[in-house]
Each structure stands twice: as C-alpha cells, then as structure tokens.
Design a protein around this ligand. Structure first.
Ligand SMILES: NC(=O)c1ccc[n+]([C@@H]2O[C@H](COP(=O)([O-])OP(=O)(O)OC[C@H]3O[C@@H](n4cnc5c(N)ncnc54)[C@H](OP(=O)(O)O)[C@@H]3O)[C@@H](O)[C@H]2O)c1
Length: 243
C-alpha cells in the first residue's frame, strides 16, 4: 500500500517504536493519529507532526479503544491503516507468573489489539479496504526462560492476526505482523519484572549477538510491510528460522 495521504492510527505513539513510526510515516506523507496514555508526550509530538491528532486511550480498556477509533474517524473522516503497537513486557519464570498481571498483559497485548481491529474492520470495509499492522515479537516463535507470559500474548496475537488476514482478504483488508528483535526503547524499563527473572538474548545463525536495533530501524520495517503487504515482517531475516 502506498503511504502517501493515508490516515494512520498508531497506538503506543508516545515512545519507542510507535513514536519513530509516527515520525517516519508523517515524513512519508501520512496523517497520523497518536494514541497513548501519556497526554503530555503525544501533545508535544503532535506539535512537530503536521496534521497529526493526539488522542489519549488506555489500550487495555475496551470502551476507551472504541471511543478512540470513533473520535479518529470523526476527525479525519476515514481510517486507512491501524498500527497496533502499544504493548508491554513481562519477565517471570512460569512458576511465578502472577495471574492478575498476566490478565492485564493479555488485555493490553491481545484483547486491546483485537478490539481495535474489530472496530476498524467495518470502517475499512465500507471504504473498500485498508491495512492492519500488528507489532508482535521475535519471541512469539521462541520458548525462552522468563518470557513465557510475554511470548504467550504475542503468540496469541499472531494467531488472531493471521486468521483475520485470511478472513478479510475478500474485503481487501490486509493484516500483517511485524516482529521486532531487541530494540533500544524504554521497553525493558517498562517491563513488569518478577525478582530473579533473567533476560535471554537469541544468537544469530553464526553465533553472533547482534546489537539492539534502533526504534528508527523498526519504523523502517513497519513502512516496508505497509508497502509489501506481506503477512509477516521480521526485524532480521534470520529470525524467521524460528518459525
Ligand atoms: N523493544 C523491544 O525490544 C521489543 C521487542 C519485541 C517487540 N516489541 C514490541 O514493540 C511494541 C512497542 O514497544 P517499544 O519497544 O516501543 O516499548 P516502549 O518504549 O515501552 O513503548 C510502549 C508504548 O506502548 C504504550 N502503552 C503501554 N501501555 C499502554 C496502555 N495500557 N494503553 C495505551 N498505550 C500503552 C506506551 O505509552 P503510554 O505509557 O504513554 O501509554 C508507549 O507509547 C510493543 O508491542 C512491544 O511488545 C518491543
């Protein structure tokens, strides 16, 4: 899909990958709705991005997601692309996963993106098509100590997204996944952590550990998948071998 003049919703636009994507897509001629809980951050960002629209919503809350999509539709008159990027990590051995924290993570990383998809689908269908990009994770195809809860949410997101892709083909709505590798953002700082939970770094095929990617690099990957409309886009090709 060509990005120029498209109306794009980016969730989690206040920081990291979402912020970099909002900046890059605006640069490429899109008009971007900036969604997050941090009102100050998205209001400041909106001042720098022409024709953007900051809107506060908690992506773990169904009613706030529906209201947010409706307000964006009313503001721009249409929605061409949804980027489900808001998310959080959880580092804990399975033995110590707190069910309440896991439920919250599931609401944010799985149910939230699903409700956002459900809300934009009729809008896109009535417009003759659209695109939904879901930010998953390379860990969604891995089984790494302490990442059980987090990777389970992203695995669930993969299942919903690729099923929706098949279901919506007839409506010309493309649904894709993007799988970041370790990316230098506030993600680790914001990760829910259980004491004693270690982090694990996946080595590439030649045994080297690549440096973390930048948020700007991942924004380029998001742009790449919008253009290619491929089902899945990995930060690095070697990551697809874990599938
Ligand atoms: N960084 C990595 O290494 C990495 C690797 C694989 C996948 N990912 C995925 O990439 C996506 C972006 O992460 P990031 O690295 O950019 O992390 P980040 O810097 O922590 O950004 C997370 C974004 O999500 C928003 N967010 C968190 N909880 C929210 C909620 N309840 N409601 C609305 N927005 C919420 C945050 O905004 P507010 O706090 O203002 O609401 C922020 O804008 C996530 O889905 C993450 O799982 C990241």
């Amino acid at each position: 899909m060509d990005i120029k003049n498209k109306i794009v919703v980016v969730t989690g636009a206040s920081s990291g990958i979402g912020k970099a994507a909002a900046e890059l897509l605006t640069e490429q001629g899109a008009r971007v709705a900036l969604v997050a809980r941090s009102e100050n951050k998205i209001t400041e960002l909106a001042k720098k991005l022409p024709d953007s629209f900051p809107i506060v919503a908690d992506m773990s809350k169904e009613n706030e997601i529906k209201d947010m999509i409706e307000k964006i539709k009313n503001h721009y008159g249409r929605i061409d692309i949804l980027i489900n990027n808001a998310g959080q990590g959880y580092g804990s051995p399975v033995e110590k996963i707190d069910p309440d924290k896991f439920r919250y993570l599931f609401d944010l990383n799985v149910i939230g993106p699903m409700v956002a998809m459900q809300t934009v689908i009729p809008i896109m269908r009535s417009q003759g098509g659209g695109m939904i990009v879901n930010i998953s994770s390379g860990t969604s195809y891995m089984y790494m100590p302490s990442l059980g809860a987090y990777s389970a949410t992203k695995r669930a997101l993969n299942g919903l997204a690729l099923t929706a892709r098949a279901e919506l083909e007839k409506d010309n709505i493309k649904v894709s996944l993007v799988h970041p590798y370790i990316t230098a953002t506030d993600f680790y700082k914001n990760t829910i952590k259980t004491e004693g939970a270690g982090g694990h770094v996946r080595e590439s095929e030649n045994g080297e550990r690549p440096q973390p990617d930048t948020a700007e690099y991942m924004a380029e990957k998001i742009l790449e998948v919008i253009r290619s409309e491929a089902p899945e886009q990995f930060a690095h090709e070697w990551m697809s071998k874990d599938k």
